[in-house]
Design a binder for this molecule. Sequence first.
Ligand SMILES: Nc1nc2c(ncn2[C@@H]2O[C@H](COP(=O)(O)OP(=O)(O)OP(=O)(O)O)[C@@H](O)[C@H]2O)c(=O)[nH]1
Ligand SMILES: [Mg+2]
Length: 448
Amino acid sequence: MFSNLGEKLQNTLRRLKGKGKLNEKDVDAAMREIRLALLEADVNFKVVKDFVAAVRERAVGHEVMSSLTPGQQVVKIVNEEMTRLMGQEQSTLSSSKGQTSIMMVGLQGSGKTTTAVKLASHLKREGRNPFLVAADIYRPGAVKQLEVLTESIGVKSYSNLEEDPVKICSEGLKMAEREGCDVTIIDTAGRLHLDDEMMSEITEIKNTINPDEVLLVVDAMTGQDAVNAASSFREAVGLSGVILTKLDGDTRGGAALSVRAVTGCPVKYVGVGEKLDALEPFYPDRMASRILGMGDVLSLIDKAEASIDQDKAKEMEQKLRKQQFTLDDFKDQIAQLRGMGSLEEIMNMLPEAGNLPKEVKQMSMNEDNFKRVEAIIGSMTKGERQNPAILNSSRRRRIAMGSGTTVQDINRLINQFNQMQKMFKQMGAADKKGASKKMKKMKKRFPF
Ligand SMILES: Nc1nc2c(ncn2[C@@H]2O[C@H](COP(=O)(O)OP(=O)(O)OP(=O)(O)O)[C@@H](O)[C@H]2O)c(=O)[nH]1
Ligand SMILES: [Mg+2]
């Protein structure tokens, strides 16, 4: 995704990071490169100008220039400004309960129908009960396309080729209620170009059914054309959000980086493939980190969350409450995090990570390390695993022999285990005091 832009920005920033001290000339040279990279990625020229000015102003500030790691600070600034550019916070659907209606609009071929079904599938996974309405009666096969797709995800739909689109929509809404569905997604017809006829039809639908959301679907591959379409739709019908499709292709990034700044409309989702599960909520911070090659750590955590055994996590929480966390549990935890890089890499992205003990941060979750931990713990007796406090030096020597490791390895592991235990106690205490939202989220995701 946006690989060309990412590569260029990363190269520029890497050079900055490599310098011990920065002066204004270094910053200016870097800003020129960033400006060029953004323009080449088809970011709106005015957006580029404002962005570069904002980054420059902060980058040549006293705090950055006099800091020990000025290059690193500039990277942080670019990341923050890019996040801000894309809307700062994730923008969700305006209503998450009760009867909700969502109208999809957009130019022909932008991905409306596919995205409508993807969204239904996404909302279904979130526990809602979606319903689809096919209001595109012009293109032959459009209704059938929607029917086939909705059936494939087990969602009901409505259409009626005898009626006009406005009537279909109001009928569809009633039908959805009768069927006991709580989200109605309406797929409208697209035209090749913005024209009055299309605008007046969707305006009429909008005025009749008064939907909770009007989402514009735009093809990110079309760059600034997508942004222009968003401006026109916003003026003509009003939009509550944008969905960018085809971000999986060799999209340059111009649309994703400019649409919010130019139109003021938040990007709510992105389409990342033709399959019906290829829709993701849009997180400005994650997208910025992805472009800048900082790794999409939170998405990684989402993945981890999906792979972590929820029953085990509950059991673990009970143990933690009773402070019965043993070395066996420690091993299980590491096994679940295996292959995700070091905890430090993962947690550096979270502001609270600074408070984590060094021993915990430096734990590496790679395969070799895991094998070593497994061997060490495997060479312990049950009593030792339950209560590592009894591990005196002769026991440690025996375990090192048995596991083919050294006493230092054992010491390090016990140290990490102790620190982790201490961290849980702190987390427990923070919980009582009302921990920050991020910390709670982290705890939920890493239920050790
Ligand atoms: N690679 C990729 N293809 C997509 C994505 N979203 C949609 N498509 C493809 O884009 C093409 C057009 O999608 P449709 O959903 O039919 O577009 P539409 O806006 O409903 O088109 P009309 O109804 O003709 O206006 C299809 O081949 C989709 O598979 C995406 O996120 N990634
Ligand atoms: Mg369609």
